[in-house]
Design a protein around this ligand. Sequence first.
Ligand code: GTP
Ligand code: MG
Length: 245
Amino acid sequence: MKITIIIPTYNEIDTIGALIDKLLLVCAEMPQHIFSILVVDSNSQDGTASLVEEKARKHGTVHLLKQNERRGLGSAYVLGMQYAARRLAADAFIECDADFQHDPRDIKRLITEFDNGYDYVIGSRYVPGGSVPHEWKWYRKIISRWSNVFIRLILHIPIADATSGLKLTRVQTFSERLPLEERKLYSRFHAYKIHLLYCMFAYGAKIKEVPITFHERGNGASKLRTIKDIAESLKVVFLLRLKGV
Ligand SMILES: Nc1nc2c(ncn2[C@@H]2O[C@H](COP(=O)(O)OP(=O)(O)OP(=O)(O)O)[C@@H](O)[C@H]2O)c(=O)[nH]1
Ligand SMILES: [Mg+2]
């Protein structure tokens, strides 16, 4: 099967090179699949795109997609998802952050469950065996934990980690139905994740959570806009409750 790992970047020069190298090694351990790595860069000012271009020249399986301006995580991801499905003919795509918060080796767990027939595999911090960084401040732990409880209660979805950033989506039948255009998303920022998850649930996808250890950021600055992203998440949850997908 063809699998594309999509990595959105905004000023991630400190980590993106090493992450691509590590992912290439991990992918080489799964010769039963054909992998590509797609970086979606939103006009980073620190040379991220040039570094990725250099990697792409060296490795034919590394691709760079450029967005003219920074428009939010969801906006970058849906661009990458369309490209993976249409141009790279991916059978599945994986969402993965650029800052080493996700262990590249955990991708193997997602793929094992894809091979087992699951359509949507979530790297989960809140199933037994999963965890968030112990360095996180108490309020970040509370916000992350309770936002998941809130989402579960309001949307009635039996998912422990609805806001995880590491996941795999089966393309066939789903990518055609998912709102993979910025104008169709209820949020173009971090909260897009709740929208797409709810869609997959509504479409009857076979969903599986696998435990992951979520690490502290490798280097570079966070792009999370805590208060604004909480407000966006609330908006998405209520839109889904009122209007559905
Ligand atoms: N292309 C693109 N990438 C983005 C944008 N916003 C965030 N990212 C990337 O999305 C990933 C997740 O963003 P982070 O800032 O790490 O958000 P987070 O993981 O919730 O927050 P931290 O735990 O503080 O790192 C990183 O790889 C960012 O570089 C954007 O507008 N465009
Ligand atoms: Mg991060």
